[in-house]
Design a protein around this ligand. Structure first.
Ligand code: AMP
Length: 488
């Protein structure tokens, strides 16, 4: 049984904790991922520590200090990992940005967070006094020691959208990040010999959690910038992966590739984890046949960290997300909404006191917006629905209001409604219903191009339907569920 009082210990922050790991695991491979030239390369724990200390020295020399925000927008790459560790080292708050974001989305994150610097791909347009290329070797200075970061110090700002459609920053403290990861290291029996392979973006907590686990445990991670079934399988074989992380859309694509499955079946990783979206029970069983164990499904949110997981050694129940992880307190509110408290849960949204207050119950439980029930036999939590209006497409979150606002900025659009439509490939497909302004007839291609200029590709509708009006209730509120139901 793990000592939950240790969950929030931050030992001075990630850079110091990794420094301790690096001292004992100096030559052990830490990460394998593309370098600035796109070539797959392996960095040991010692190299990561040493090189990030020099990058930190450069940022320090530019006047970036503890508590200041720096935007980090890069695909999974050595640049991402070195910059991430370097920024932790100087105590900067890292504003995570998905590289799929458009310039307009990046500008919002940059301005909202009050960032002072940005690490960005060369083709982006952002007005910042301190621009660092995410496509070239990072600048280096004299190495600096890691500043002391306490449990309540903000470490990361992770942006999510919501009912307003305007992305807001989730403040994740040092204690939030490490309590989640310490809980899974213990629950999933992570060891320094483990080799994790995933193709999830490091800009999102699911993928980033795998990096944290690796840095704390002194193990190895192969972090692919994109998912391609053959490439993924080749890396799993080559690295002799022991742990896989994935979202249901990834596992479903693997299931459609018999050749890759035969190869994967020979590797037999000791742990296959699924999360970020519901895993179909039939897929769960099919994957069990391939891997000799059904995937371990887990549940969490950006705000609340990693909260619930099926057991590593005990019975895993398809269709459920399992039991609370160490340190997590979980209960269902009157309307079955899942609420969680504990050291994993964020303290507040960035600069949004009212929204922050609404997000918690009076006794401090975070309202997840997901609905749940407990399985009568196993006691496991089952996600039974969503109270919040969220579309999960390919494991990525899309908030309908954000897409509606982008469509409604088109001069020929009177109003728009966006909902998720069930899809075998993506889980849900972003779909839009658009009411044109009188006398206009906008075409689908033109509308799509308009949205694509504003929002990341994964948020763009896969289909647009022109309609005379949108379903609204007696209060005039858009009924998105009625929209989605039209095409189920
Ligand atoms: P994010 O904040 O991007 O991590 O997304 C969190 C949301 O993803 C949750 O609120 C759920 O709606 C959904 N989610 C995460 N894990 C699961 C799961 N195992 N099953 C169903 N939904 C999930």
């Amino acid at each position: 049984m793990m000592d939950v009082s240790r969950l929030t210990e931050t030992d001075g922050g990630l850079a110091r904790m990794h420094g301790a790991t690096a001292a004992t695991r100096k030559d052990h491979p830490a990460v394998r991922l593309p370098d600035e030239n796109g070539r797959f390369t392996t960095l040991s724990h010692g190299e990561l520590d040493h090189r990030s200390a020099r990058v930190a020295g450069w940022f320090h020399a530019q006047g970036i200090s503890k508590g200041e925000r720096v935007l980090l927008c890069a695909p999974n790459s050595t640049v991402f990992v070195l910059a991430y560790l370097a920024l932790h080292r100087i105590g900067a708050v890292i504003v995570l940005a998905n590289p799929a974001y458009t310039d307009a989305e990046l500008r919002h994150l940059y301005i909202d967070s009050g960032a002072r610097a940005a690490i960005l791909p060369d083709d982006r347009e952002l007005d910042t006094p301190l621009w660092v290329s995410a496509e070239q070797a990072l600048p280096a200075g004299d190495p600096v020691p890691a500043v002391w970061a306490g449990p309540d110090d903000p470490a990361v700002l992770a942006y999510t959208s919501g009912t307003t459609g305007i992305p807001k920053g989730v403040v994740l403290t040092q204690a939030n990040l490490y309590s989640s990861i310490r809980a899974v290291l213990a629950a999933w029996r992570w060891s320094a010999r483990d080799v994790l392979v995933h193709a999830l973006p490091l800009s999102h907590q699911h993928g980033l959690g795998g990096l944290h686990a690796t840095l704390l445990a002194g193990s190895t991670a192969v972090l692919l910038p994109h998912f391609d079934p053959a490439e993924f399988t080749a890396h799993v074989v080559e690295s002799r992966a022991t742990v896989l992380f994935g979202v249901p859309a990834i596992y479903r694509r693997l299931l459609a590739e018999p050749d890759q499955l035969t190869t994967l079946a020979r590797v037999r990783p000791r742990l296959v984890v699924s999360g970020s979206a519901p895993l179909d029970a039939a897929d769960c069983v099919a994957l069990g046949e391939v891997f000799g164990q059904i995937p371990l499904e887990r549940y969490g949110t950006t705000e609340s960290g990693l909260n619930v997981a099926n057991p590593y050694a005990g019975e895993r129940c398809p269709g459920t997300v399992g039991l609370p992880l160490p340190g997590v307190r979980l209960r269902l509110l009157e309307d079955s909404e899942i609420a969680v408290a504990g050291p994993q849960v964020f303290p507040r949204y960035w600069n949004r006191p009212e929204t922050s207050e609404e997000a918690f119950t009076e006794d401090g439980f975070f309202r997840t917006g997901d609905l749940g029930e407990f399985d009568r036999h196993s006691g496991h939590l089952r996600i039974s629905g969503r109270k919040k209006e969220l579309i999960i497409s390919g494991g990525l979150n899309v908030y309908p209001r954000e897409v509606e606002l982008a469509i409604e900025a088109h001069p020929d659009v009177a109003e728009a409604g966006v909902a998720g439509v069930a899809s075998a490939r993506w889980g849900e497909e972003v779909t839009a219903w658009v009411v044109p302004r009188p006398g206009t007839r906008p075409d689908e291609a033109g509308l799509l191009a308009h949205v694509a200029a504003r929002l990341a590709k994964y948020k763009c509708p896969k289909h647009i339907h022109l309609v005379p009006d949108l379903p609204r209730n007696s209060m005039g509120k858009l009924m998105r569920r009625a929209l989605g139901a039209k095409n189920q």
